[in-house]
Design a protein around this ligand. Structure first.
Ligand code: APR
Ligand code: ZN
Ligand code: ZN
Length: 429
């Protein structure tokens, strides 16, 4: 669409968004704990959308971030990267979203044109990751500020531990009406990361055997993925008996306590020689080794857990050859997260994929510090913060607004077509 089209056409009924003030959890420096503060959230700029956050999952990556395991520099910060809400304002040029749309966040806003995007690896989008890993939006700045005007970073381009946030338009996925937002909140991290690792990184086939080391929020969704792929045996390994119970409820066929002697060997014994695929979903040297040790000859391990900087994995290298074992990493589902989040939201809506069972605690913003402490202590599989208990059960898009934008678009294109057909007439074709 030509750029002049927007400027030339009146758009009187487009509500002009203004900056707003709301409550958010702010981490001012690593390791010291955060507090709830009043923050300013700017109006969305071109290509951005402001969302009223309904629910946010508390993931171990948030804990890594606020505890300073990933960066010492990206503070002060609003953490939270797994969430869902309702579109509240849109910036210039945003055609795909309307105020009132129910959405989930995707924390790699893929550009669609860089080499990884063109190769179908949108999880590795270069500009998307640059912004995400710097905890800013794609223009290198954030839309959140404290009351003194200081910039607040938005973890992984999102920052949804607050009542409102502004994200790139590519950082959103539509949520179907049948899926509650407190469940939709998990699709954009735990679900797509876990199921994607199974489908795209490991390629688990019907009848394969699987071991999952670490059965927190992400690990339980690896188990969901393995169950959906038709894995014959799913062995869960965790240090907590309660986590193994949760794993069984999601479809694990066996459980091994990770502190027992040589858990990898126990997995091999339970599966008659080892598993085809082992997933490490903790982020520690010893759990990577358990995953490796549980493999059968020719098996492959996938590291999903985020290991703090400085962690090294030591493996018996001879087994690369003598047992033809392999190991790889998987980040954000190893595929096209935005497309897969949409698809997985559909599977969650019709009950094929179980998200609700992964959630052990529901609380409000004031319960976030306690939720982070539970993650430190390994208690509970996933906490969801309910930031807007009154969020709508269905999308209620402002259709006048959407229609107006599409009319503008059609008019602009109609003009293009008239020019084109006149050109053809003149050329005698
Ligand atoms: N052996 C087996 N399981 C362990 C061990 C161990 N030595 N140590 C911890 N665990 C288990 C915990 O009991 C917990 O159930 O690992 C699980 C980790 O789950 P969560 O803390 O809920 O973390 P989650 O949000 O699932 O993320 C897992 O993936 O995305 C990354 O940063 C994230 O590294 C983290 C990992
Ligand atoms: Zn996460
Ligand atoms: Zn890209």
């Amino acid at each position: 669409m030509p750029a002049w089209a927007f400027d030339a056409l009146p758009c009187d009924n487009q509500p002009m968004a203004a900056e707003l003030t709301c409550q958010a959890h702010v981490s001012r420096e690593p390791c010291t704990g955060g507090q709830i503060e009043s923050v300013r959230v700017e109006a969305p700029r071109a290509g951005e959308v402001r969302v009223k956050v309904a629910a946010a999952g508390v993931c171990h990556s948030d804990l890594h971030m606020v505890d300073g395991h990933l960066s010492q520099d990206d503070f002060p910060l609003v953490a939270g990267h797994e969430g869902a809400g309702v579109v509240e304002a849109i910036g210039d040029g945003v055609l795909d979203w309307a105020i009132g749309d129910r959405v989930a966040f995707c924390f790699v806003p893929a550009c669609g044109t860089c080499t990884p995007c063109l190769e179908g690896q949108e999880n590795r989008c270069e500009p998307g990751l640059r912004a995400s890993f710097a905890s800013v939006l794609t223009d290198g700045t954030s839309r959140m500020h404290d009351m003194a005007g200081g910039q607040l970073k938005q973890f992984l381009t999102i920052g949804c531990f607050g009542e409102y946030t502004v994200v790139p338009e590519q950082g959103l996925v539509r949520v179907p009406d049948g899926l509650p937002l407190w469940q939709a909140a998990l699709i954009g991290c735990a679900v797509v990361t876990g199921v994607g690792a199974v489908r795209n990184a490991a390629g688990v086939a019907h009848g394969d055997s699987v071991c999952v080391v670490g059965c927190g929020g992400v690990g339980l969704q690896v188990i969901e993925g393995a169950r959906l792929a038709g894995a014959a045996a799913i062995v869960a390994v965790d240090v907590s008996e309660a986590k193994l119970e949760a794993a069984r409820a999601h479809g694990a066929t066996h459980g091994v306590i990770g502190t027992d002697e040589r858990p990898g060997r126990q997995v091999r014994e339970l599966t008659g020689g080892g598993v085809d695929h082992a997933f490490e979903v903790v982020g520690r040297e010893e759990t990577i080794r358990i995953a490796w040790d549980s493999l059968k000859t020719g098996g492959g391990a996938v590291v999903v857990g985020l290991a703090p900087r400085g962690t090294h994995a030591v493996l018996p290298a001879l087994e690369f050859l003598t047992a033809e074992k392999s190991i790889r990493g998987s980040f954000y589902g190893s595929g096209r997260p935005r497309r897969e989040i949409a698809q997985l939201a559909g599977l969650a809506e019709d009950g094929t994929l179980d998200v609700g069972r992964t959630i052990s605690h529901r609380t409000n913003l004031a319960g976030l510090e306690a939720a982070l402490q539970r993650l430190r202590e390994g208690v509970g599989s996933r906490t969801v913060l309910i930031l807007d208990p009154g969020s709508p059960a269905r999308s209620q898009p402002d259709l006048n607004h959407r229609r107006e934008r599409h009319v503008e678009y059609l008019i602009a294109h109609a003009a293009d077509r008239v020019h084109a057909s006149r050109g053809l007439e003149r050329s005698g074709l």
